[in-house]
Design a protein around this ligand. Structure first.
Ligand code: APR
Length: 256
C-alpha cells in the first residue's frame, strides 16, 4: 500500500500537531481513489488521441467548440455519482475539529472537496460543474436562456457557452490565488497532496511556503516535481495516508 518510513510518518505527524496554520495543496491524485482519472492517466476511448493540453485551451475551443464541449460533457458525465474518498473526508473532518487552522487549496475542478464538506476551498482552476461565456457577456447573454447545443449559445448574439474552468495559458481567479499565496506565506506546514507539481502558478505555492519557512510535506504515490522542495515525502495513496496523518492522537483533542 504505502512504503513511507514509519519515522518519517511520525515526524510529519509531530510537525502537523505543532503547526498553528496548515496549508494543503491538492491535485488530481487526491481524487484518483474516487475513480477520477488524473491528467497523467492516459486519455481513453474517443479522447485517446488527444492530450489535455490540446483540449483544455481557449484556442482549441475556438478552433473546434464541439470537440472541447463534448470532452467536458463526457468528464461531467463520468463525475456523476462519484463520491469523495477517505482523503477528502479526512481533510474536511480535520478542518471541522480545528476551525481556522487549515486552508485547503485545490487545482481540481471535480468539486469532491466541497462534496466531502470542506468549506472555503480555494479553487485555483475553477469548477467543471459551472459554465461561463466565451466572449465578454452582453446584456442579452443569459446562461439560463442559452440555446441548447454543443456548445450552447446566446440567443441574442451567438456568444458561446464554455466550461468555467481555467484553461492552459489563462489567468487564475485572482482572489483565490491571492488567498492561496497568503496561506502559503503564513503557514507552518504545507501538505502537497496528489499533484505532479508541473503546472504553475499552483506548484509555485510549495516553493513559496518553503521559502517562507514552512515545513513542506509531499504525499504522492510516485515521484513528483515538488519532491525536491519537500522536507519529507510520504510515498503512498492519499486516501490511506491522510486519514492516518490527520487523526487526532490525543483523546482529549477529540473532545474539541
Ligand atoms: N494518492 C496520491 N497521489 C496520487 C494518487 C493517489 N492515490 N494517484 C495518483 N497520484 C499522483 C500522481 O503520481 C501524480 O503526481 O497524482 C499526481 C497527478 O498528477 P496530474 O495528473 O498531473 O494532476 P495535477 O498535478 O493535479 O495537474 C495539475 O494540470 O492538467 C492541468 O489544470 C490541470 O489542475 C490540473 C493541473
Amino acid at each position: 500500500m504505502d512504503d513511507c518510513h514509519p519515522d518519517t510518518f511520525d515526524q510529519v505527524r509531530a510537525w502537523l500537531q505543532g503547526a498553528r496554520h496548515i496549508a494543503v495543496l491538492t491535485g488530481a491524485g487526491i481524487s484518483a481513489e474516487s475513480g477520477v482519472p488524473t491528467f497523467r492517466d492516459a486519455q481513453t476511448g474517443l479522447w485517446a488521441r488527444y492530450r489535455p493540453e490540446d483540449l483544455a485551451t481557449e484556442e482549441a475551443f475556438r478552433r473546434n467548440p464541439q470537440r472541447v464541449w463534448d470532452w467536458y460533457a463526457e468528464r461531467r458525465e463520468r463525475l456523476r455519482g462519484v463520491q469523495p474518498n477517505a482523503g477528502h473526508h479526512a481533510l474536511a473532518a480535520f478542518a471541522r475539529r480545528h476551525p481556522g487552522r487549515l486552508t485547503l487549496i485545490t487545482q481540481n475542478v471535480d468539486g469532491l472537496h466541497q462534496l466531502a464538506g470542506s468549506e472555503g476551498v480555494l479553487c485555483l482552476h475553477g469548477s467543471i460543474a459551472d459554465n461561463r461565456w466565451l466572449n465578454r457577456p452582453r446584456p442579452c447573454c443569459d446562461l439560463a436562456s442559452a440555446i441548447p447545443g454543443r456548445p450552447p449559445r446566446c440567443a441574442g448574439c451567438g456568444n458561446l457557452v464554455r466550461p468555467a474552468v481555467v484553461w492552459f495559458g489563462e489567468e487564475l481567479p485572482q482572489q483565490a490565488l491571492d488567498a492561496a499565496q497568503q496561506a502559503a506565506q503564513n503557514c507552518g506546514l504545507m501538505l502537497v497532496v496528489g499533484t505532479a507539481g508541473a503546472v504553475y502558478p499552483a506548484a509555485g505555492l510549495a516553493h513559496r511556503a518553503r521559502h517562507a519557512g514552512a515545513r513542506v510535506v509531499v504525499i504522492n504515490t510516485a515521484p513528483s516535481e515538488l519532491d525536491a522542495v519537500a522536507h519529507a515525502v510520504l510515498r503512498g495513496p492519499s486516501a490511506h495516508l491522510l486519514p492516518a496523518l490527520l487523526a487526532d492522537s490525543d483523546p482529549a483533542q477529540r473532545a474539541q
